[in-house]
Design a protein around this ligand. Sequence first.
Ligand SMILES: [Zn+2]
Length: 190
Amino acid sequence: MEDRAEKMETLLRDILVELGENPDREGLVRSPKRIAAALAFLTSGYNVDVDKLVNGACFTQETTSMVILRDIEFYSLCEHHMLPFFGRCHIGYLPSGHIFGVSKLARLVDVFARRLQLQERLTEQISRAIMDAIQPVGVGVMIEAQHLCMMMRGVEKQHAVMTTSSLLGSFRENPATRQEFLALINRPQP
Ligand SMILES: [Zn+2]
């Protein structure tokens, strides 16, 4: 582990040199260490055992009405540029015998967000994990995000918000369920 951190610091120092910077000046001297630590945190989702998280998150409960958790903020890194994309994730499901602990739902978002990601894949990984964990009648996940790789560089569009959704089970098959989900996540803030 120590080895890996040291190797990262050396590589990051080399990057600073290649960028034309002086890695020994006061402001930068500890930056390779800080960047390595930041990258380790931002990709810490790889080290989380999803099965273990999910196992501790499921509770038996005989309710059948839709559960919604919306506006879960998240920060991720796009795998193409390693620049942040961030926004909000909305989750809904129709339970059938089991519910997913609400804080664990938010934690699940972080576990998949703290990796090198694509927004599309992030959305699907969350919905699939919920489906596998509690086998609900249906799941819907919607993510709205802004991508710094598009805002700071490339097409330089500052206000574009990308929306992705993954609908499984009744959320895909039943238009009324889908409508209920969309209406609940689109309601104005309380
Ligand atoms: Zn990108």
